[in-house]
Design a protein around this ligand. Structure first.
Ligand code: SF4
Length: 328
C-alpha cells in the first residue's frame, strides 16, 4: 500500500445489498479508493453476536462481497477481506479489553438497545462489540473511518480506548482514527417510514432483475395526500421523489416536482419512471454481477488474497502492541 492515508471500514455480512447499502456506504467506498488506501472488511465475528445469523454467515459473506465487487470495489486497489481470516484481530481485542472499563461498555446506548432487542441473548460479545471494533480499526493503523452521524459515538469510543492504551503503555503505538463524515443521508425504505433494511422488509435489492425492481417500486408508499389523480401532491414527503433525486437527471426531478404539485403526473407513472432510472443506473452493476457469479470460487480467492495482505499489516501491529504492553 502507498502513503495516501489509510481508510478502514467494516460491515456485517448481510448478503445481497440493497439501495440503502449502496447509497449509504458502497458508493462512498468506491469513491474513496481513488484518494486513499482502503481496507474494507466483512465483519463476520460481529455477526456472531446475533446467533440467528450463524447459518447464513458464509453465504451472506459471499453475496455481499459479490455485490461490493460488482459495484466497483477493486481488489487491486483496496484490500477486501473477511474479519475472522485475520486472527490477530481477536488477540488485539483481548489486549484492548484490559484497557476498557466495563461500566463504560454497559452504559453505551448501543449496548442498551441490543439488550432491549435480544433479551434472550445478551452475550459477552455484545458487551465487547466496541472493543472488537476498535481492534478492527487500529490493527490496520487506519487513520480515517468513514461514518454516518449515527456511528460517530462508536469512533469516539475507539479513540478513547486508543488514548488509554497509549497513555498506560507510554508508547504511541496505536493511531487515533479520525472520522470522515459521509454526507449520504439515511435512505428510507419502501414503506416511506423506516430506514431501508432487510429486517424491515422495506428494501430494494441491487441484484433484482429489471422486472422485479419495477414490481417492488410499485409497492412504494407515496404522499398520503394523493388519494385521487387530481389531488396535488407534496414531493418532499414522498420517498419515491427522494429516490428520483438519486437516480434521475436534475431536469427530470424538477419536472416531477412541478407535475406532482400540479397533479399533472400520477404516482403510477412516477414510479414507473423511477424504476426505469434505477434499472438504467444499475445496468452495468448487474452485468458485472452476472459475470462474477459464474465463478463463485473467485470471490473466495479475492477474499483470501485480501486476508493475506491484511495479515502482513496486522502482524506488525500486534508485535508492536505486545511489546508496548510488556508481552514480549
Ligand atoms: Fe410521490 Fe411521484 Fe406520487 Fe408525487 S407523483 S406523490 S412524487 S410518487
Amino acid at each position: 500500500m502507498s502513503n495516501k492515508g489509510r481508510v478502514f471500514s467494516g460491515a456485517r455480512p448481510t448478503g445481497r445489498q440493497h439501495l440503502g447499502n449502496y447509497l449509504g456506504a458502497i458508493k462512498n467506498y468506491v469513491e474513496l479508493q481513488t484518494k486513499y488506501d482502503c481496507i474494507y472488511c466483512i465483519v463476520d465475528l460481529h455477526a456472531m453476536t446475533t446467533l440467528e445469523e450463524l447459518e447464513y454467515i458464509k453465504t451472506n459473506t459471499a453475496e455481499m462481497a459479490l455485490d461490493w465487487l460488482a459495484a466497483g470495489l477493486e481488489p487491486e486497489k483496496s484490500i477486501l477481506f473477511t474479519q475472522s481470516h485475520v486472527p490477530e484481530v481477536t488477540e488485539l481485542h483481548t489486549i484492548l479489553s484490559m484497557f476498557t472499563p466495563l461500566g463504560k461498555l454497559t452504559d453505551l446506548p448501543t449496548f442498551k438497545d441490543k439488550v432491549r432487542l435480544q433479551p434472550q441473548n445478551v452475550n459477552y460479545g455484545l458487551v465487547g462489540y466496541p472493543v472488537l471494533m476498535t481492534a478492527d480499526i487500529t490493527l490496520y493503523k487506519a487513520e480515517i473511518v468513514p461514518v454516518g452521524v449515527d456511528q460517530q459515538s462508536h469512533i469516539e469510543f475507539a479513540r478513547e480506548i486508543v488514548r488509554t492504551f497509549n497513555y498506560r503503555t507510554k508508547k504511541q503505538v496505536l493511531i487515533e482514527p479520525q472520522m470522515k463524515n459521509t454526507d449520504f443521508p439515511k435512505v428510507i425504505g419502501t414503506d416511506g417510514k423506516k430506514k431501508m433494511g432487510k429486517s424491515e422488509n422495506n428494501h430494494i435489492e441491487l441484484a433484482l432483475s429489471d422486472e422485479e425492481t419495477t414490481e417492488v417500486v410499485k409497492t412504494m408508499v407515496t404522499d398520503p395526500q394523493r388519494i385521487r389523480l387530481k389531488d396535488p401532491g407534496n414531493p418532499e414527503v414522498c420517498n419515491v421523489y427522494t429516490l428520483h433525486q438519486y437516480f434521475s437527471e436534475s431536469e427530470q426531478v424538477q419536472e416531477i416536482n412541478h407535475d406532482c404539485r400540479k397533479a399533472k403526473i400520477g404516482c403510477v407513472d412516477c414510479k414507473l419512471i423511477l424504476s426505469q432510472k434505477i434499472n438504467e443506473n444499475l445496468g452495468s452493476f448487474r452485468e458485472k454481477r452476472n459475470q462474477l457469479s459464474k465463478n463463485p470460487q473467485h470471490i473466495w480467492e479475492i477474499l483470501d488474497d485480501g486476508a493475506k495482505r491484511a495479515r502482513k499489516i496486522a502482524a506488525n501491529t500486534i508485535a508492536e502492541v505486545k511489546s508496548a504492553a510488556g508481552l514480549t
